[in-house]
Design a protein around this ligand. Structure first.
Ligand code: HSE
Length: 309
């Protein structure tokens, strides 16, 4: 068996939690990382990494694209055949900002390796592998399927409902110029929540799905609140409340902490054409709190990870 051809993979950024759906809801948006992978029988790894945070990404066996590719190969007979690889990564999704950059790398490694060995695994299998590697499904699921996703983990297995909402939205991602590792943002969370807070979140997460599926902006607006992670993380993102307020004052339906932060994500109706002014207002509000930020107006990615040669 010879070395493989090269496959390319494009994977969307994702925003997890969507307010009340901690560790289970997420959506994919139109910002992409691009990867390529070829497998070699000879040991040794060759990396070309460009784009955001390129200098901070390991170029050895700890590289997450390679580790994910290996994870899949080692479950097949090809694990013993392919020992090395040639990997390129181009990052448009900023690292450690709550936009699922690590999920893009995990999905890229899994999808590319799977394509190179003749697609032995389905996307549902890829989802299981990715959840085991990442530890929660809320970024990896939308990165695979696109659209919005709602996931349940039971005894280590994920079930994901992926759907395209009736509500036509534009998203505004206000991305601060500092990083916040997910591990740090999880350390500030309490181990237990009160029944009152649990009900607060369950009711809103259910309403959020209903609003998206039925296309009702009024219910959607009222669902974008959280009691179990955002309040605790507020101290890690200076100006969070002010930025939320600025987004809403300028017509956004609401705003949430994207994943573990520090990016703040505002939701606007496509038909309102206000995303640009919401973006400016969010950047200004961050600036008033001493935080430099860049805002991107994004749409829903409806396709998910995409493999091509
Ligand atoms: N849902 C996870 C969290 C992170 O909020 O900690 C997703 O990136």
């Amino acid at each position: 068996m010879a070395d493989t051809k090269t496959v390319r993979v494009k994977v969307p950024a994702t925003s997890a939690n969507c307010g009340p759906g901690f560790d289970c809801l997420g959506f994919a948006c139109t910002m992409y990382n691009e990867f390529s992978l070829a497998l070699t029988e000879k040991e040794g790894l060759n990396f070309t990494i460009t784009g955001d945070g390129a200098q901070n990404i390991p170029q050895d066996e700890y590289n997450i694209v390679w580790r994910s590719a290996r994870y899949l190969l080692d479950r097949t007979r090809y694990g013993a055949i392919y020992k090395g690889g040639v990997i390129t990564m181009h990052n448009n999704v900023p690292l450690s900002r709550g936009l699922g950059s690590s999920a893009t790398a995990i999905i890229a490694g899994l999808e590319a390796a799977n394509a190179l060995i003749g697609n032995e695994f389905s996307r549902r299998d890829i989802l299981q592998f990715a959840n085991r590697i990442e530890g929660h499904p809320d970024n990896v699921a939308p990165a695979i399927f696109g659209g919005f996703t709602s996931s349940v983990v039971y005894r280590g297995r994920v079930q994901t409902f992926a759907f395209l909402p009736k509500l036509r939205l534009k998203f505004v991602a206000a991305i601060p110029d500092f990083t916040l590792p997910t591990r740090v943002a999880r350390e500030v969370l309490p181990d237990k929540v009160t029944r009152e807070d649990a009900i607060f979140n369950i009711s809103r997460a259910s309403m959020l799905i209903a609003a998206l599926m039925s296309g009702n902006p009024f219910y959607f607006r009222n669902s974008l609140y959280d009691a179990i992670h955002e309040p605790y993380r507020m101290s890690l993102v200076p100006g969070m409340q002010d930025v939320f307020y600025a987004a809403k004052k300028n017509g956004a339906l609401g705003a949430t902490l994207s994943g573990a932060g520090p990016t703040l994500m505002a939701y606007t109706l496509e038909r309102d054409h206000i995303a640009e002014s919401v973006a400016d207002a969010m950047v200004d509000a961050f600036e008033k709190n001493g935080v430099k930020a860049a805002a991107h107006v994004l749409s829903l990615d409806t396709r998910g990870a995409y493999v091509y040669s």
